[in-house]
Design a protein. Structure first.
Length: 259
């Protein structure tokens, strides 16, 4: 894979790795970096990677948020276009054929936390600090934070974080479900180990699971159950489902082929 401007897109065994590469700016999200992310997501989608890992260069920050100097002195239409651009870029993660994991290694504020929230799963190092501090600037989150945070931690906790702009540490983030696990040692290695807990399963079936859970948050239970039945039926029609059930009955390890 390639280095794309303000990010590095590389390969770690069977996984794609995107590293936000502006350590001098705590990996802040410039518009150029967001554009690079969008292109990188499209490049990853066309590969055979089993998962996408996203982290930040250095040990201080995953991503400290938007590059504030780029946000001042802009027209209302430009501000709206900027928010929609960030939202559309992060939404590409939902459409990837493989799951994504944010490895939060240090600060994840504002747009940085919004990027992590757009990923399928989140890991955090013990020194991680997270928050949506936009209210302190007279703003609100604009890259999906007001929509994804309550879906992850619930409305009351999301309102608390967004309205106070406060920072949560790694332990509190784990306790409220903002991150899935805390990791020690080399963060990327920990991310690879975590990805391997599910990356050997069928990617199409994992995609069905991701879609079913996502739809549960957007629909009443009755509609969600209909979606689940449809996606479950699709999963049953895959060759991987036949292999999985045959392997179970034969008491052997399944060999999935992503079809």
């Amino acid at each position: 894979m390639s280095a794309i401007m303000s990010i590095a897109l590389t390969r770690v065994d069977e996984f794609a790795l995107i590293t936000l590469n502006r350590p001098e700016a705590l990996n802040a999200l410039s518009f150029a970096l967001i554009a690079d992310l969008g292109r990188a997501f499209e490049e990853v989608a066309a590969t055979d990677a089993r998962a996408l890992l996203i982290t930040g260069a250095g040990t201080k920050a995953f991503c400290a948020g938007a590059d504030i100097k780029e946000l001042t002195g802009r027209s209302l239409s430009a501000q709206k276009q900027g928010a929609e651009f960030g939202q559309a870029t992060f939404a590409k993660l939902d459409r990837l054929p493989m799951p994504s994991i944010a490895i939060i290694n240090g600060y994840a504020f504002g747009g940085g936390l919004e990027l992590a929230l757009a990923c399928t799963l989140r890991l955090a190092t013990r020194n991680a600090k997270m928050g949506l501090p936009e209210i302190k600037l007279g703003l609100i989150p604009g890259y999906g934070g007001t929509q994804r945070l309550p879906r992850v931690i619930g409305e009351a906790r999301a309102l608390d974080m967004i309205m106070t702009g406060r920072t949560v540490d790694a332990d509190e983030a784990l306790g409220m479900g903002l991150v899935n696990r805390l990791v020690d040692g080399d963060a990327v290695s920990a991310g690879v180990a975590y990805a391997r807990e599910f990356s050997g399963y069928s990617l199409p079936v994992l995609a069905c699971a991701r879609e079913a859970v996502k739809r549960a948050l957007d629909n009443p239970v009755s509609e969600g159950l209909r979606v689940e039945a449809n996606l479950s039926t699709i999963a049953f029609q895959t060759a991987d489902a036949v292999e999985g059930m045959d392997a179970f009955m034969a008491k052997r390890k399944a060999q999935f082929k992503d079809r």
